[in-house]
Each structure stands twice: as structure tokens, then as C-alpha cells.
Design a protein around this ligand. Structure first.
Ligand SMILES: CCCCCCCCCCCC(=O)SCCNC(=O)CCNC(=O)[C@H](O)C(C)(C)COP(=O)(O)OP(=O)(O)OC[C@H]1O[C@@H](n2cnc3c(N)ncnc32)[C@H](O)[C@@H]1OP(=O)(O)O
Length: 192
């Protein structure tokens, strides 16, 4: 198996973009990022959630790890592709939210599954911002098997779309937003 296995041949980002300049108050390299919402399936404390943690790396990269357990199987002994996509959504969203400090939701997420990811293995995911075009934020990530320089098992590309906070109040429900405000009052200077 060759290392690169480039299955994503379309241009990326797909439109002309501006460089993704991190926010002046973005956390710096080495910062361990906090859970952005206690009830998030990706990073929160929920039973059965992925419990992922992220750290800011050099050059505006975000590193996250996802260890595959028996609860994450699709095919026998192997991680479910949908859960792997979820782990990438989390890592990519963490890069967008923490580095740009702009509230955004995933509009499109594409994944290339290049190698099986067995139960007991850990994916070392590195996410980066690729460019912005107005509200559109493009990001991509690689997931390497069992070490930061292991073979790439999964690749992902995503479009996040910046939204106003009303997006969450109008489409979500009030209790959830209230809990988010209480536990993360400093996030993006949320106004009550
Ligand atoms: C510190 C905190 C850490 C935070 C850490 C956070 C980590 C959490 C990670 C998990 C994140 C999630 O799961 S988020 C949840 C999953 N996603 C969602 O629920 C999103 C559901 N979809 C929507 O709400 C909507 O479709 C939106 C908001 C994405 C877009 O709707 P809109 O606001 O009306 O805007 P719209 O004009 O349609 O789109 C804006 C531009 O984006 C383009 N666009 C939109 N969708 C697509 C698409 N699929 N493919 C191509 N292009 C698209 C449009 O063509 C347009 O381009 P142009 O005409 O301007 O050129």
C-alpha cells in the first residue's frame, strides 16, 4: 500500500479563498482545548460518547486522538466508518471553532477511508484550516494509525458555514443553549 493513496483529486478548497488567519485570542501551540459543550457526543462527558480531546499544534493545526473500542465496531473488529467520520467532524470543528473563534456548523464532510482501523488502535488526527470565503470555512484532516507518523488511514475535508448564535436558539432548544451558556460563558463572548 502506498503512503499517499491520493483519492481526493478535486481541487481543494473548491473556490478561491482567503488565508485562514487565526483569531487574535486563539489558543496557542501546546494548549489543551477544553470540552466545548459537556453534552457534545464528540468531546463531552456523555456515556457512550467519543470523549475526544484536542491540542493546538504548530502552524495552526489541531491534534486529536480517537481510540477505537469494541463499542465503535461496524465490521467485526473494525471501526464503523460513520463513527470515524464523527471523530473527524469533531477534530475539524474544534480547529474551526478554537482557531477562528467563529460559530460555525458542518455543511459538508467528505471522508476517504484508506485503511481499516481496528478495535484497540488509536487514530492520531491532525486538522488544519485551508481557507475562508465569506461565511464558508474550509478545513481538512488526516488520521494516522497508532502514532503521529503512522500510515494515513482516513482523510477528511469539510466545509463549515458560519452562523449567528440565533441558529442554535431557533433550531435547538432553550434548555440546551442555557446549559451551554452556563458552562461555557466565555465562548465567543456570548451575549445572553
Ligand atoms: C471553542 C468552540 C469549539 C467548537 C468545537 C465544535 C466541534 C463540533 C463539531 C461538530 C459540528 C457539527 O456537527 S454541526 C451539526 C451538523 N450540521 C448541521 O446541522 C448543519 C445543517 N445545515 C444548515 O444549518 C444549513 O444548511 C447551513 C447553516 C450549513 C447553511 O445554510 P444557510 O445559512 O442558509 O446558508 P447557505 O446560503 O445555504 O450556504 C452558505 C454558503 O455555503 C454553501 N454551502 C452550504 N452547504 C453546502 C454544501 N453541503 N456543499 C457545498 N456548499 C455548501 C452555499 O452554497 C453558500 O455558498 P455561497 O452562495 O455563499 O457561495
Amino acid at each position: 500500500m502506498s503512503e499517499e493513496r491520493p483519492r481526493q483529486r478535486t481541487p481543494w478548497p473548491p473556490v478561491p479563498t482567503e488565508p485562514p488567519t487565526p483569531h487574535a485570542q486563539a489558543p496557542g501551540p501546546g494548549t489543551k482545548l477544553q470540552v466545548h459543550y459537556d453534552e457534545c457526543f464528540g468531546c463531552g462527558e456523555l456515556d457512550g460518547g467519543l470523549h475526544m480531546r484536542s491540542t493546538v499544534g504548530e502552524h495552526a493545526h489541531v491534534h486529536a486522538e480517537f481510540t477505537v473500542t469494541e463499542a465503535h465496531q461496524g465490521a467485526p473488529g473494525l471501526a464503523h466508518g460513520g463513527l470515524l467520520a464523527c471523530a473527524f467532524d469533531e477534530a475539524l470543528g474544534s480547529a474551526v471553532g478554537n482557531l477562528l473563534q467563529r460559530p460555525a456548523v458542518t455543511g459538508k464532510l467528505e471522508t476517504d477511508f484508506l485503511r481499516p482501523v481496528p478495535v484497540g488502535s488509536t487514530l492520531f488526527i491532525t486538522a488544519k484550516l485551508d481557507g475562508t470565503a465569506g461565511r464558508k470555512i474550509y478545513a481538512s484532516a488526516d488520521g494516522r494509525l497508532d502514532s503521529a507518523d503512522g500510515p494515513i488511514a482516513v482523510r477528511a475535508r469539510a466545509l463549515f458555514v458560519e452562523v449567528a448564535f440565533e441558529h442554535f436558539t431557533s433550531h435547538g432548544y432553550a434548555d440546551a443553549m442555557e446549559r451551554f451558556r452556563r458552562t461555557r460563558p466565555q465562548t465567543w463572548d456570548i451575549n445572553p
